[in-house]
Design a binder for this molecule. Structure first.
Ligand code: NOJ
Length: 533
C-alpha cells in the first residue's frame, strides 16, 4: 500500500513549468538547455516560485517534443549531460528550490531499445514489454499499428504513432494476447518504471510530473481501479525510500489520482463535444485559441457571468479529496493556448489573482508572468496547435528577445515579432507590470498561512446573476482568515460579508478600487482584492 506521507514542502510550494527547448539557450545553438535553466534559477526564485516542473529532457527522436522517450536515464544531448542535470538539482537545492522531472510511463518512443527488442519475432526479455496482438492482421478497439515489424503481430499505441503503449496489463481481458495486471509482464513494466524513478531520485531529483498517469492499465473502465492499484504499488515502493519526493499527475480526476498515491493532480484543459471542464469554465470557454468574441469563460469581462458552473464542478471534487492531497490550478501549460492575447491584461490580472489564491499548489507556465502571447504558427515536433504556446521566453528587447545568440533562423521556434512583445527586462523596471503583479500575489501567498495549499476554503458569495465570487481562506488553526474578492465582470459589485465573518481590517492586495464600510464591500469592475477579516 502507498505511504500516506505527503511532503511538507508542498504546503508553501509554487511551481514554474519550463519547456526546456525555449527557456534559455546558454550555448547559442538556438535551443534552450539545462545550463540555461541554471543561469535563470535566480529569476524564477525572485518571482516567487520555489519548484520547477521541466518537460521531458531525455534522449528522444522528438516526434512529440520529448514525450517519446528513447532513453529514460540519459539527458538529450541538445540540453546537456546527466551531470548538467545533477548540477541543476544541486543549484536548485542551494536556493531552497525543488525540481520535478517529467515521467512518461505509458509509452516510449518507437526507437526505445526495449521496443526494438520487442519488435523481434524471436521471443526475448522485452517481447511482452509492449502490447502486441498475436497476428499481423489482428486489430483491436484501440489504435494499433501493423506491418512495421518483423514480429507477426500488431502493437497498440498510447498516443501518437511514434508512441507504442507499455504493457501494464488489462483489467478485463477479452483476447488471449492480453496480459493480466498480475502477470510477470505487467509486473516487469511496473518495476522498470520504478527503476527509472529511482535512477533520478538517487541523483537529487525531487519527484515527477507524470504524463497520462491514468492511461496505464487498459480496459480499466471509468473508475480505473487497476491503474490506481498499479500506482499505489509503484509510488509506495519509491516513497518508502524517498518520502520527501513529490508526484503530480496528469489525470484531472483527483478522486482517483490522490488515492492512487499522487500528492497532487491538476485540472487539465479540455472541451470535449462542447463540454468544458473546470479550467475551461474559468479561462478558455471557447473553441479556437484566439477566439475572443465568443469566449464565455469566467475570467472574460464580456462573456463570463457567474462562477457557479465552475464551482458546481470544482467543489464536489475539492471536498471529496480535501486533506488527501491537492487539486491544483495551472495558469496554462505546453498543451494549452496561453491566456494572452485572448484575455486582456486586466482580465488575466483578476484571473491570476484567483488562481494563485485558491487551494492547491499553483503552477505557472513560463512566460505567463509577463503575458507572453499565444500565436498561430506552424507545428514543430508534433506540437500542432500547441506550438504557439511553446515559443522562446522573452527576456529582453534585444536580439532574439534575449533567448539565444544564435542566428534567428536557427531558433527552435521564432520569437514573438510584435514590436510591443512583452519582456522581462522592461517589466522588471515597471512596478505596474504583470510581472510585478504575479510577484506580489506570490509574495502575499508566501506570507500568509491562510493561503497555504491545504488551508481551508469556504465560499461566501457566488451569485447566479453576477460575476462576483467571494471566498474565505482560513489557516488550519483558524487563527488567520482572509477574504478574497474576485470580480472579472465590467460592473462594480457591492455585497455584505456574512455576520459570522469579521469586518475587513486591512486590504492586503488589490487591483481595481475596493472600498469597505463595516461589513459592506464595494469592488470595481475587473477588480480583485484580498482582505484580512
Ligand atoms: C500529455 C503531454 O502533456 C503532451 O504534451 C503529450 O503530447 C502527450 N501527453 C503524450 O505523451
Amino acid at each position: 500500500m502507498v505511504d500516506s506521507h505527503r511532503p511538507a514542502w508542498l504546503e508553501t510550494a509554487v511551481f514554474y513549468e519550463i519547456y526546456p527547448q525555449t527557456f534559455y539557450d546558454s550555448n547559442g545553438d538556438g535551443i534552450g538547455d539545462i545550463p540555461g535553466i541554471i543561469e535563470r534559477l535566480d529569476y524564477v526564485r525572485r518571482l516567487g516560485c520555489d519548484a520547477l516542473w521541466i518537460n521531458p529532457c531525455f534522449d528522444s527522436p522528438f516526434k512529440d517534443a520529448g514525450y517519446d522517450v528513447r532513453d529514460y536515464c540519459k539527458v538529450a544531448s541538445r540540453y546537456g549531460t546527466n551531470d548538467d542535470l545533477v548540477r541543476l538539482f544541486d543549484e536548485a537545492h542551494a536556493r531552497g528550490m525543488y525540481v520535478l522531472l517529467d515521467l512518461v510511463p505509458g509509452h516510449t518512443s518507437e526507437e526505445h531499445p526495449w521496443f526494438r527488442e520487442s519488435q523481434k519475432q524471436q521471443r526475448n526479455e522485452y517481447s511482452d514489454r509492449y502490447i502486441w496482438t498475436d497476428n499481423a492482421f489482428e486489430g483491436y478497439s484501440m489504435p494499433f499499428i501493423g506491418g512495421e515489424s518483423e514480429r507477426n503481430a500488431t502493437y497498440i499505441l498510447n498516443f501518437f504513432k511514434c508512441q507504442p503503449a507499455l504493457n501494464y496489463g488489462f483489467a478485463s481481458r477479452d483476447r488471449d494476447w492480453q496480459s493480466a495486471t498480475d502477470s510477470d509482464a505487467a509486473r516487469a513494466t511496473r518495476q522498470a518504471m520504478v527503476d527509472v524513478m529511482r535512477f533520478w531520485l538517487e541523483r537529487g531529483c525531487d519527484g515527477f510530473r507524470v504524463d497520462m498517469a491514468n492511461s496505464l492499465v487498459k480496459n480499466d473502465g471509468d473508475d480505473k481501479p487497476e491503474t490506481i492499484r498499479a500506482w499505489q504499488e509503484m509510488l509506495g515502493a519509491v516513497k518508502k525510500d524517498y518520502p520527501e519526493s513529490a508526484f503530480v499527475s496528469e489525470w484531472g480526476t483527483p478522486e482517483q489520482a490522490l488515492p492512487a498515491g499522487f500528492d497532487m493532480d491538476f485540472y487539465l484543459d479540455w472541451r470535449w463535444n462542447g463540454v468544458p471542464n473546470g479550467y475551461n469554465l474559468l479561462a478558455r470557454n471557447v473553441d479556437g485559441p484566439l477566439n475572443v468574441e465568443d469566449d464565455k469563460s469566467y475570467f472574460s469581462a464580456h462573456g463570463g457571468g457567474s462562477v457557479r458552473p465552475f464551482l458546481d464542478q470544482y467543489l464536489p471534487q475539492y471536498l471529496k479529496t480535501r486533506g488527501e492531497g491537492f487539486f491544483c490550478f495551472i495558469t496554462c501549460n505546453h498543451d494549452t493556448p496561453r491566456m494572452a492575447p485572448r484575455l486582456t491584461d486586466r482580465e488575466r490580472r483578476v484571473g491570476y489573482g484567483m488562481l494563485l489564491t485558491m487551494p492547491g499548489v499553483p503552477f505557472i507556465y513560463y512566460g505567463d508572468e509577463i503575458g507572453m502571447r499565444y500565436r498561430d504558427i506552424p507545428t514543430v515536433e508534433g506540437g500542432y496547435a500547441r506550438t504557439g504556446s511553446r515559443t522562446p521566453m522573452q527576456w529582453s528587447a534585444g536580439r532574439n528577445a534575449g533567448f539565444s545568440d544564435a542566428d534567428a533562423k536557427a531558433l527552435y521556434l521564432p520569437v514573438d515579432p510584435a514590436p510591443d512583445a512583452p519582456n522581462v527586462d522592461d517589466q522588471m523596471r515597471d512596478s505596474g507590470s504583470m510581472l510585478h503583479w504575479v510577484h506580489d500575489l506570490l509574495e502575499l501567498r508566501s506570507e500568509h498561512e491562510a493561503l497555504r495549499a491545504g488551508a481551508d476554503l469556504t465560499v461566501l458569495k457566488a451569485p447566479e446573476d453576477s460575476s462576483l465570487f467571494v471566498y474565505l481562506r482560513s489557516s488550519r488553526d483558524g487563527a488567520e482568515r482572509l477574504a478574497v474578492v474576485v470580480n472579472p465582470g465590467l460592473n462594480a459589485q457591492s455585497f455584505e460579508l456574512p455576520d459570522d465573518v469579521h469586518e475587513p481590517v486591512e486590504v492586503l492586495l488589490h487591483t481595481g478600487n475596493v472600498r469597505t464600510d463595516s461589513h459592506t464591500v464595494r469592488i470595481a469592475g475587473q477588480g480583485f482584492a484580498v482582505m484580512r477579516v
